[in-house]
Design a binder for this molecule. Structure first.
Ligand code: ATP
Ligand code: MG
Length: 270
């Protein structure tokens, strides 16, 4: 089988394999794409939490992006954890050089266990520069709260926060609702012209480690295949939903989702 698209992933490593670059590679691969990587940091973690984080030097991140992309041109790019201002500056510099218009930014700031993964100067440059550069930003509720400086407790506040990010210069925003309580999960997609709400039944499991990384990689893969934004988000959300539904029960904490569920998706949507 020949890969349908080539995706460059710029993100941190999760040793437990449920989130981060490991989840990204599994997602791109199981959706039929070819995954390339630029590792930004190495975390030692398992399903119960993060033990330690080691940063990769910014110049080394730039090298991975530029040297990889000048040889095999990516169709789309997924960006995950960027922990410092210097790293974000290098990534911005590299993105300007490789000129790709299908960039999905998952602004990872806090791990599911609550560990803060990124410092304040990094948040500031992410909001003021990187967010404006990318095609789509996919914050979860706590990340959107940090970016807009307001609490988000319901769907109306999600919509308002998403529009605030558009006013601040984001091109497209998919605000993920996985952190809100209720029987349903709602993700809000907005840009200057459209507002869509994706509504799904909230699956009752604590094994949701890596849902956000997986979603942004799936969306990047569908965009890379040439699908439009709305369709890419719809399919990405469905892929994550199927992956949560499998309910793997690995580890003693918040376990991973099952990335090996794309066969059904392919059958249905090819
Ligand atoms: N229990 C659930 N049932 C169904 N869908 C869910 C559930 N939890 C999250 N999702 C979906 O998973 C996707 C990711 O949302 P979420 O808010 O969990 O992202 P995140 O917090 O960035 O995840 P991560 O832990 O990877 O950082 C969204 O499409 C959301 O609707
Ligand atoms: Mg996340």
């Amino acid at each position: 089988m020949k890969p349908k698209t080539k995706i460059l992933i710029i993100a941190g490593s999760d040793s437990s394999g449920g989130a981060g670059i490991q989840a990204d590679i599994k997602t791109v691969t199981s959706l039929g794409g070819y995954a390339m990587t630029a590792v930004t940091a190495i975390t030692a973690q398992n399903t119960t939490g993060v033990l330690s984080i080691v940063s990769i030097p910014p110049k080394e991140i730039e090298n991975q992006i530029l040297f990889t992309a000048k040889d095999i041109k990516p169709d789309a790019i997924k960006i995950g954890m960027l922990h410092s201002k210097e790293v974000i500056e290098k990534v911005l510099f590299s993105l300007n050089k490789i000129k790709n218009s299908k960039i999905v930014l998952d602004p990872v700031m806090v791990a599911k266990g609550g560990t803060k993964l990124i410092n304040n100067p990094a948040i500031s440059i992410l909001k003021n520069k990187l967010m404006k550069k990318v095609f789509l930003i996919t914050p979860n509720i706590p990340e959107a709260e940090v970016l807009v400086g307001k609490k988000i407790t319901n769907l109306d506040e999600m919509i308002l926060a998403a529009y605030t990010l558009i006013h601040l210069g984001a091109n497209n925003v998919l605000l993920k609702g996985g952190h809100l309580k209720g029987n349903n999960v709602q993700d809000v997609l907005v840009n200057q012209k459209e507002l869509h709400i994706f509504k799904n039944k909230k699956l009752s499991t604590h094994n949701t480690h890596g849902t956000g990384c997986t979603l942004s990689s799936a969306i990047a893969t569908f965009l890379g295949c040439g699908k439009p934004l709305y369709k890419s988000c719809e399919l990405g959300i469905l892929y994550v939903n199927n992956a949560i539904r499998s309910n793997l029960t690995y580890g003693k904490g918040r376990g991973p989702i099952n990335h090996l569920n794309s066969i059904e998706l392919n059958k249905k949507f090819k």
